[in-house]
Write a protein that binds this ligand. Structure first.
Ligand code: GLU
Length: 493
């Protein structure tokens, strides 16, 4: 039997980073087994539907390097791949369950259900629900006569279809991550399967689709574990074999608790995949990082690209406990992948970013040198532009902290150096020469290296730190450097 897995997001907003990890684990599992990775859009809850969410999901998966084998935009043989387009099917399946006495029509109005709840609360039941006991006193096809039911249906009365959850049964299944999971049906309500608007609920649609799409393994977030017993009852009621289950650990915030949108924001962690795209993170870094957020290959290796991850990934190495989102670690990965990328590959990407910010990057050779000078210093590609902006234009401001290091003797020292290098031609304006001129100057003035180096850096770059100063001066060229120093002497002294 070949493996078929699905990523089944609801299009209710931008793809959350946790959703991306769920997709990734499905994808890695599929590739590891030479199986199929399906994208199914679970859009039966019309009230939560968000325009553009599906496109965001597809774009995010593509950016991350996950190829969708079957999905709404590239259907395979078991489509459609949007639940809203499969609407007709679900009622047929619900009727099948009614016929086999595993489900029933319920005609109660919301008011009648509220009344039942109030009544039971008063008699001491703290969380009354529509279940194997209360169903007996409600208006449904189990309590009403056959004629009455048919009359109501013919009449077009509002109804829902509910699952007839057995009174006292233990539902047991094996979860590949959690081991044997067992639930008592006494705590379950008679789950609504079809809503009065004719749409199925998540539970019915999910089970029908997983079965009819031939899904072999359900890999999803822990938050769905509590729904699994309902799904198991449904599989049993249909007489279908259930897919193998694997519920992934939660992603936790560094300060504890689930990494919710609000928490993430307050801790400066981007929460939607689109933020990583627009934030110029390396997709390989995010993927490597996410793979390790709840899984490890069992040795101390940490760097693996998608191809290697596909080879290594197995569900038995996924942890049960929550995985803490460590942003520093993500940046460590990002830095690693930037270092691994060649200057030739980085240069055109930096060019786009710099031009978007309105900088003139001069020539390709010039920009390539900028990238080379900063390659070991940046941890995100946009830092080539922010750290290297002085290569594209003279500093408009001088960094406040840096300016504090501009001392009384700074101007004299800078002037002394300038006089020496003024004698050099553009061709002689080379890093090594510039450095030796600096050494000469500090010797003559009997001061330390930093006394001249720092003011020189501030004058030319506007910052107190940055790439190799002499290489930077050489790249900027004599004319530009001299001009900047002149401006700085006027402004800083
Ligand atoms: N539509 C559900 C979600 O939004 C899918 C849960 C599942 O994978 O069964 O996550």
């Amino acid at each position: 039997m070949s493996v078929r897995v699905r990523f089944a997001p609801s299009p209710t907003g931008f793809l959350h980073i946790g959703g991306l990890r769920t997709a990734l684990y499905n994808y890695l599992f599929a590739r590891h087994h030479g199986g199929t990775f399906v994208l199914r859009i679970e859009d039966t809850d019309q009230s939560r539907y968000v325009e553009g969410a599906e496109a965001d999901i597809i774009r995010s998966l593509e950016w991350a390097g996950m190829t969708i084998d079957e999905g709404p935009t590239n259907p395979g043989g078991v489509g459609p791949y949007r639940q809203s387009e499969r609407k007709e099917m679900y009622l047929e399946y619900a009727k099948q369950l009614i016929e086999s006495d595993n489900a029933y029509y319920a005609f109660d109005t919301p008011e009648e259900i509220d009344e039942m709840r109030e009544r039971l609360k008063k008699s001491g039941n703290p969380s009354p629900s529509y279940d194997s006991i209360t169903r007996q006193s409600m208006k449904n096809s189990l309590t009403l006569s056959k004629d009455e039911v048919e009359k109501r249906l013919a009449n077009g009365d509002d109804y829902v279809v509910r699952l007839k959850v057995p009174r006292r049964e233990t539902v047991k299944f094996e979860d590949l991550i959690r081991g044997i999971v067992s639930f008592d049906t006494a705590g379950l309500d008679d789950q609504v399967l079809m809503k009065s608007d004719g749409m199925p609920t998540y539970h019915l649609a999910n089970v029908v689709d997983d079965h009819t799409m031939g899904i072999t393994h359900v890999i999803r977030g822990e938050e769905w574990l509590s729904s699994a017993p309902k799904h198991m009852l449904l599989y049993k009621a249909f007489g279908w074999e259930a897919p193998t289950m694997a519920h992934l650990p939660l992603i936790m915030s560094p300060s504890g608790g689930k990494l919710s949108k609000r928490k993430a924001e307050s801790e400066g962690i981007p929460v939607n995949t689109k933020d990583y795209i627009s934030g110029n993170y390396e997709p390989e870094a995010l993927i490597n990082f996410l793979a390790y957020l709840g899984w490890s290959p069992g040795d101390d290796s940490e760097i693996h690209d998608m191809k290697e991850l596909c080879k290594l990934f197995t569900l038995d190495r996924v942890s049960k406990g929550g995985a803490v989102f460590n942003y520093k670690k993500l940046m460590w990965y990002n830095e690693h992948y930037i270092r691994e990328t060649s200057v030739e590959e980085l240069q055109p990407r930096v060019k786009v970013l710099a031009e978007e910010m309105g900088f003139d990057t001069k020539s390709d050779a010039y920009l390539k040198t900028v990238v080379k000078l900063l390659h070991e210093r940046v941890s995100k590609i946009d830092e080539f532009v922010s750290m290297g902006s002085f290569f594209f234009e003279a500093p408009k401001e001088y960094d406040e902290k840096a300016v504090k290091k501009w001392k009384d003797d700074s101007a004299d020292l800078v002037k002394a150096w300038t006089e020496k290098v003024d004698a050099l031609s553009e061709e002689e304006f080379k890093a090594a020469t510039l450095k030796s001129k600096l050494e000469e100057t500090i010797e003559e003035h009997e001061v330390g290296f930093g006394k001249l180096m720092m003011p020189l850096r501030i004058a030319v770059t506007g910052q107190g730190f940055g790439p190799d100063l002499f290489e930077s001066l050489e790249l900027l060229g004599k004319e530009e450097v001299m001009e900047r120093i002149e401006t700085a002497l006027k402004r800083l002294d």
